[in-house]
Write a protein that binds this ligand. Structure first.
Ligand code: ATP
Ligand code: ZN
Ligand code: ZN
Length: 833
């Protein structure tokens, strides 16, 4: 190959195409599809990723510049991931480099020097050594060698070097100054036992310590850390170094893998005997695995129906077939408990990827996957890009979770990426949930046609009952308006208070959910109605009791709590709304001695704190687990028999058409925490809106009914999954500028649609339609001193709206850029805020 087609890492429309470079002779063996390279670009030197190789370019070869450097010994992306990236960029309208960069571990992105050195204990035959043209001799001197130097001096050894790296006999490391690099440990590599035993005789008797160490090494002929050897042979590192001078051992610095779960023991677990229902659920998944067919399934199982065991046994089958599995879980559910369930079944084969790991830890887990040392990747959203080569199964647990959509570019949805990646691998996909997203349910049930979800056909698997005939918990709805009428002004209704008291007496446990989305604590003046808002963002400031200050959750701005109203000077200014802190106080007051664990953004910032709280609760060192959304998911505690929901309806009024769906899902999930084991459960939901379907459907555990009605409404309005949306947000310091650019966009798009004869009415015929809403001020009208306007493009049927949008953006792009307007496009937005 002589030409490499390179995507340079500049995320802009102008550079969003492949540029051709020649591959110099010395790099011939090194450049592959997926390689990260350094290339000259105008006066600059840029990083880029090779997405294609060719013999010929469209222009004269002499006009092309050569690639300057290859940045990693092994390409960090496979051809398959490059292809996936290209698909993502088309799907979510973003520059290709943005998609590709999203797949790389952060630790790799820098321009740090790479080193190559032998892995501990790696062996080579004499023949390999002879054929390596001096490369192995150089490497085995012990010092890590710079990759750049190896590329220069051993150009013809590229294939061999890469093979050894892939086999894990060589290691590639980077020296970066942050914690990304592994822990360096000085390690003793002893000579062979025979040599050592012979040497013992030659060491003078007065050097008895040296003799002892040599004897020890002859008996334990494995590499060992210097510090450890010193301890075991009760000697000093000086003694050990003197043996290096005698040529009896070598000391090399070895970078230790950081295993974030190293200090934990996982008791091995065996597959459970499946219930007949679980077995029926597993069967079609196993069939798909055996046939290597890229089928997708919705595993719709009520809370506590044993979905996890079905995943585990499907994964087991996948591994037996010699293939790899990815399991996605919501970030917040990625707790020790869940990791443990996978680690105890599959042990060291499991790599864990989540954002609480340091960059270096993530990089180590990523390499474990790439080098074939792990076969199962468990992680949050981005684990969908785990660098496996032969995926057999992708599981997405709690598939309805909004966190599977990335809210920054590339604005991909992991569910769709999973289905596409599975297609490339011939892998099966299992989407599991007790409350599937309407889009997924519709794709699986094909209830009334006209779906635009883009998910293709999905098989439906139901698990309608809990394991061992355990009943779903009884749900009681309490009308808080009635409570007030009866003179109860407390935070807890009479029935919730009585139930809490009862559980405290029985020493059972309680989960309390404060649905706080859209309901943060804010400061309001009772005399004039003034509310404290961030001066940079159009957002209410949130009150933090600990520090007594007001904070903006978007930009971090903070100010002291006002003593008098800045607007009318009234002293009657105080904070409103119920925060978890306030609930905690109310609990302490109403139930003296109650032990409460509060879990919210404030108490879980510290690394590991999340897990610590949950362990404490599991060990029954607390009576109540009180928290926001994060207490609702995936937890399985046997002594929880009561779940209480405060302010169930607080998120119902958000200006988002998915608000009722989200509320229903959250309530169902949290209700599902109760009575999962022998003890039966009870749920009490407090609300000011007891007639609302999102709440009454939870009472009857009536997912089907709720969804059928919700889908009907969506269909009438042309909302997903029966229509699709593209959100375009414009931001600038000046609102006037935005109106102008936003207006140009909207009218440009309307004109194009009209030219193509696309109607704008969403009528009952279901015919193709496209409507442009806006530009209007965004629900968050100002953020970090920039005003925000948005247009919502709503369409259905046979309309390539993505293409139209990118054309129109191309037309106004120049003017927008000159004016400094930032434009972001969100295809299939999940958040309307
Ligand atoms: N075949 C089985 N035999 C006995 N117990 C089982 C079996 N399958 C699952 N369980 C137990 O039932 C409980 C619920 O299972 P699991 O947590 O997998 O449910 P789930 O469907 O994932 O629930 P959720 O969606 O609420 O997280 C667990 O304690 C699990 O150990
Ligand atoms: Zn006031
Ligand atoms: Zn702010």
């Amino acid at each position: 190959m002589t030409i490499a087609r390179v995507i340079v890492d500049v995320p802009s429309r102008d550079t969003d195409r492949a540029f051709d470079y020649t591959i110099p002779e010395r790099l011939q063996g090194w450049v592959e599809i997926g390689s990260r390279v350094a290339v000259p670009f105008g006066p600059r030197k840029l990083q880029g990723i090779v997405i294609g190789l060719a013999e010929d370019a469209d222009v004269e070869l002499a006009k092309l510049k050569p690639i300057e450097e290859v940045l990693d010994a092994l390409p960090p992306l496979s051809p398959e991931l490059v292809e996936l990236g290209e698909w993502m960029s088309r799907r979510w309208l973003c520059p290709l480099t943005v998609s590709l960069q999203a797949m790389l571990p952060a630790a790799l992105k820098g321009r740090s020097e790479k080193y190559v050195f032998p892995a501990a204990g790696a062996q080579w035959s004499d023949e390999e050594t002879a054929r390596s043209g001096g490369l192995l001799l150089a490497l085995r001197k012990g010092k890590p060698l710079k990759l750049a130097m190896l590329l220069q001096q051993y150009p013809e050894q590229g294939a061999a070097l890469k093979r050894w790296l892939r086999q894990g006999r060589l290691e590639e490391r980077q020296r970066v100054e942050d914690k990304s690099s592994g822990k360096t440990v000085y390690t003793v590599f002893p000579a062979d036992a025979e040599t050592l035993l012979k040497a013992v005789e030659e060491i003078p008797a007065r050097a008895s310590k040296q003799r002892e160490v040599v004897r020890y090494l002859a008996e334990n002929n494995d590499p060992i850390a210097v510090a450890r050897l010193a301890a075991e042979a009760s000697t000093t590192s000086a003694t050990i170094r003197s043996l290096e001078e005698r040529g009896l051992l070598e000391i090399r610095s070895v970078t230790e893998e950081r295993d974030p779960y190293a200090d934990r023991d996982f008791t091995a677990s065996n597959p459970m005997v499946l219930t007949p229902k679980q077995a029926t659920a597993l069967a079609p998944i196993v069939d798909a695995l055996n046939e290597r067919s890229s089928e997708a399934f919705l595993l719709h199982g009520v809370t506590g129906s044993g979905k996890t065991e079905v995943y585990l046994q499907a994964i087991q089958r996948c591994l037996e077939l010699g293939r790899e599995a990815i399991v996605l879980v919501p970030e917040i559910a990625l707790t020790a408990q869940l990791v443990e369930r996978f680690k105890s079944r599959f042990g060291a084969l499991v790599a864990v990827l989540h954002s609480r790991l340091s960059n270096g830890e993530r990089y180590d887990e990523w390499r474990k996957i790439r080098e074939g040392r792990a076969q199962v990747a468990v992680g949050a959203r981005s684990a969908i890009f785990a660098p496996f080569s032969s995926i057999g199964l992708i599981v997405i647990d709690e598939e309805h979770e909004t966190s599977y959509k990335q809210e920054e570019s590339p604005r991909y949805h992991a569910r769709e990426v999973a289905i596409e990646r599975a297609r490339l691998h011939g892998a099966a996909v299992v989407l599991g949930s007790a409350t599937p997203a309407l889009e997924t349910y519709e794709a699986a049930a094909h209830t009334r046609g006209g779906s635009q979800s883009g998910l293709g056909k999905i098989g439906y698997i139901g698990l309608p009952e809990r394991v061992a005939n355990r009943p779903l918990p009884g749900v009681q709805i309490v009308d808080m308006r009635e409570e007030l009428k009866l003179g109860n002004r407390a935070m807890f209704s009479r029935s919730l208070a009585a139930a809490i008291k009862d559980r405290l007496e029985k020493q059972e446990q309680i989960v309390l959910l404060l649905n706080r989305r859209g309901y943060a604590t804010f400061v309001m003046c009772r005399s004039c109605g003034y509310t404290a808002a961030c001066p940079h963002c159009e957002i209410s400031l949130t009150y933090h009791r600990g520090s007594s200050n007001l904070r903006c959750h978007y930009c971090g701005y903070s100010e002291a709590e006002p003593k008098t109203c800045p607007s009318c000077e009234s002293p009657h200014i105080r904070f409103f709304g119920t925060g978890t802190q306030k609930v905690e106080e109310a609990l302490a007051e109403a139930f003296p001695g109650i032990r409460v664990i509060r879990m919210d953004v404030d108490t879980t910032t510290e690394k590991g704190s999340h897990e610590r709280w949950l362990t404490e609760f599991r060990e029954r060192r607390a009576d109540v687990l009180l928290g926001t959304q994060m207490v609702a998911k995936g937890l399985d505690f046997p002594y929880v028999t009561l779940v209480g929901v405060l302010a169930a309806d607080s998120a119902l009024r958000l200006p988002d058409f998915r608000a009722p769906e989200r509320t229903f899902q959250l309530l169902t999930q949290v209700a599902g925490r109760a009575g999962r084991h022998e003890l039966p459960g009870e749920v009490i939901i407090q609300t000011y809106d007891p007639e609302h379907e999102s709440i009454t459907s939870v009472q009857g555990h009536d997912y089907q009914g709720f969804v059928e009605r919700a889908l009907l409404l969506r269909k009438q309005l042309g909302y997903p999954p029966y229509g699709r949306l593209i959100g375009v947000t414009f931001s600038h310091e000046s609102a006037a500028m935005l109106l102008s650019i936003g207006g140009q966009f909207a009218s440009g798009l309307r004109e194009r649609a009209m030219e193509l004869g696309i109607r704008k009415e969403f009528d009952s015929t279901g015919a193709s339609a496209l409507e442009v809403l806006g530009p209007v001020s965004s629900p968050i009208a100002r953020l970090k001193d920039r005003y925000r306007f948005q247009c919502m493009v709503k369409y259905r049927g046979d309309v390539d709206a993505s293409l139209l949008v990118s054309r129109v953006l191309g037309e106004i792009g120049e003017a927008a850029k000159r004016g400094g307007v930032q434009i972001s496009v969100d295809v299939d937005p999940q958040m309307m805020l």
